[in-house]
Structures are given as C-alpha cells and as structure tokens.
Design a protein around this ligand. Structure first.
Ligand code: KG4
Ligand code: ZN
Length: 342
C-alpha cells in the first residue's frame, strides 16, 4: 500500500512553512518568512510573528497544494510543530492544524520542532542507520540528540545552558557593529581573520565543568570575553583586528560543538552525525566537522541549507515517521509547549 500523504506545518518562530511528504518522499515545501519585519527591531517581535503567521497561513498552504498539483482532500494526516517556540506563533499553526484535521477527518500529530530538524535529513540523504547523533544548532537551539529511532526514541544528551550558537553570533555581530541578524556577517568577516589570534574560552570543556556537563554548551561566557576584549582595546586605543576577533570567536564556537559531538559519537559508538538548524550554514563549523569526522571515520550528513532553516518539510518528515511507526495521533485538545522537552 502507498504511504499516507502527510501535511507538515511549521510556525514555531518567524517562518510559516507547509510541506507534503509521502513516506520519505518530499512532494513540495513552501516557506513564508516575517524576518524582514523583525530586522529593524534587532530581534524577533513575538506579536509581529504571530500576526504574520495568521496572514500567511492560508496563502502558503494554498500555494503548496497548487505546486504539488494536489488538493486538501488528498491529505491523510496533519503534523504540526507544537513546540518548542513562541507561544503565539505555535498557537496560530496548531489551531490551523486542528481545524484542518477536524474538517478533513484525518489524524493530527503534534511534533517536536527540534527533532524535526534531524528528521528532515531522511528526505535528502535516505533512511537513517540504526543509531545516529544529531547536532541541532540555530538562533533558538543548540542541542545534541542521540537518535535511536526518529519516531519513538530520541534522547537529548545535552543542550545550551544559556545562548544558542546562532544567538551568540548575533550578539557578537552587534558588538562588532554588524547588521541583524549578525551570524552570516560575522562568518564572512571571520574568513579574513586568524582563528588562532585570540585564545577565547571554550565553555564547559575542562575539568569539573566538563564532567558535570559533558554534552551541554555555554556560549555566554565566550560572548562576554569578546565584549571585554573589544572594550579593553577601545579604551586603551591599542589597535586590533575585527576579522581576528570574528575568526577566533567562530573557532571557539565550532571547536566546542565539534569536540563534544565527536566525544558523544565515540562513547555511543555512532557512525553517523546529522547537523541541522540554520547555524549549520556556518562555514567554520562545516569545515571543522568535515575534517574531524572524516578523521574519525564518521559519516557526516548536512541537509541543504533550505532544509536546515525552519521549514515545513522537517515537520512533515517527522510526522511521516510517526505514521509509519504506528504512533498514536495527538488528542484534538493538543496544547502548545514553548519549552517542549523531547
Ligand atoms: O534556524 P534559523 O534560520 O532560525 C532559528 O530558528 O533560529 O537560524 C538562524 C540563526 C541566526 O542566529 C543566524 O544569525 C545564524 O543562525 N546563522 C549563522 C550563519 N547563518 C545563519 N551564524 C553563523 N554563521 C552563519 N553562516
Ligand atoms: Zn528551528
């Protein structure tokens, strides 16, 4: 029998995404973003994001169906990211998903957005091996997941205790006077600098802190170290290189992410690592991961960037995995959870 057609809905932050997946085949993926409306505020404004989801919901869904040459009546199940994320944004997507599920008489699956960032890789690189690690890094999350079964058994080994990797880049971008979101600008500047110029701290990477938090991350101390370095040089008038600051900062973030992931891969005897989330665009992370995982004989999978930033395909992919695994649908009074654990 043919796998069911799963509609995936993403609305956790500033992207409204719809995708249709059958089995592990992606039929269409359409994303609308309200990022342009937030840029002038220097950060996501939750109420602006919620309103944008409300406005984009039906047009984006309609466009996805039209591009796939399908109708709403073809949909066999609806999956929606019900957390983690912004409450208002989650509520718009989840309310819309419920309305569709009720009207179509099909099951509803509330899924975890962070797990979705890993699940989408199956649509691109094929079925997952028995066990793998997923490093999900973006402006909102930095999590290391042990994936025994993407539908039923995902364990969070660690996460950031303060800033997410992308968030740290955005804050350092602001310190360096770069436009928001600063991540890609800091990345570009870093390409011109010396990554070994300044020994910025690697959070939770030594001694007791490492023992207590082997797979957790912390980037706020690093951000503070960058701020102090800039202040000290501006106060004293001593010349410094902004590119060296960007490069040394990028090196510290990439080094910690890759070193901890590699350590977990060895301990759990995992042969495959997936990196997802918008921060996977970072060029130093990509280089260092490619280099060190190749040395260790570990397969590295990074989906194309359009499937790493928030999108509907990741939610449809996870919904499809739940359907195939025979997991029970969610109740129709499904709540949203801004802090949703795994
Ligand atoms: O996944 P995403 O699009 O949105 C969130 O869910 O957060 O991730 C965007 C984050 C932003 O913080 C952005 O500055 C950062 O990822 N980012 C980068 C790069 N591209 C995006 N950070 C560093 N280097 C990049 N090339
Ligand atoms: Zn995300």
């Amino acid at each position: 029998a043919r796998d069911p057609l799963v509609l995936g809905i993403e609305s956790t932050c500033d992207e409204t995404g719809f995708a249709l997946v059958r089995g592990r085949e992606l039929l269409v993926d359409v994303t609308a973003s309200s990022m342009d409306e937030h840029a002038r505020f220097g950060g996501i404004v939750p109420e602006v994001a919620s309103r944008a989801h409300l406005e984009a919901f039906v047009p984006t869904l309609t466009e996805a169906l039209a591009r796939a040459g399908l109708e709403l009546g073809d949909v066999d199940a609806v999956a929606v990211a019900s957390g983690p994320g912004l409450v208002g944004s989650l509520t718009v997507g989840t309310a819309g998903a419920k309305a569709l599920a009720v009207a179509l008489g099909v099951p509803l699956y509330g899924v975890n957005h962070v797990v979705g960032h890993a699940a989408v890789d199956e649509l691109v690189d094929g079925p997952f091996p028995e066990r793998l690690l997923a490093l999900v890094v973006s402006g909102g999350h930095s999590s290391l997941l042990l994936v025994n079964d993407i539908a039923t058994d995902v364990v969070e080994l660690g996460q950031t205790l303060d800033d997410a990797a992308g968030e740290a880049f955005d804050k350092v971008g602001r310190l360096l006077g770069l436009p928001y979101p600063g991540g890609p600008h800091v990345d570009r500047l870093a390409r011109e600098g010396d990554p070994d110029a300044i020994p910025f701290p690697r959070g939770l990477s030594k001694g007791r802190e490492l023992q207590r938090h082997p797979y957790d991350f912390s980037f706020s101390g690093l951000k503070t170290a960058v701020a102090r370095y800039l202040e000290a040089h501006e106060d004293s008038g001593e010349p410094y290189s902004r590119a060296d600051v960007a490069a040394s900062f990028s090196e510290a973030v990439a080094d910690v992410l890759v070193t901890k992931t590699l350590r977990a891969a060895r301990l759990h005897e995992v042969g495959t690592v997936v990196i997802g989330g918008g921060f996977s665009a970072n060029s130093r992370l990509r280089e260092l991961a490619a280099e060190r995982f190749a040395e260790a004989g570990i397969e590295l999978r990074i989906p194309p960037i359009r499937y790493c930033t928030d999108n509907g395909a990741m939610i449809a992919a996870l919904g499809s995995a739940l359907v195939r695994a025979g997991v029970a649908p969610s109740p129709l009074d499904l709540a949203v959870d801004s802090q949703m654990p795994l």
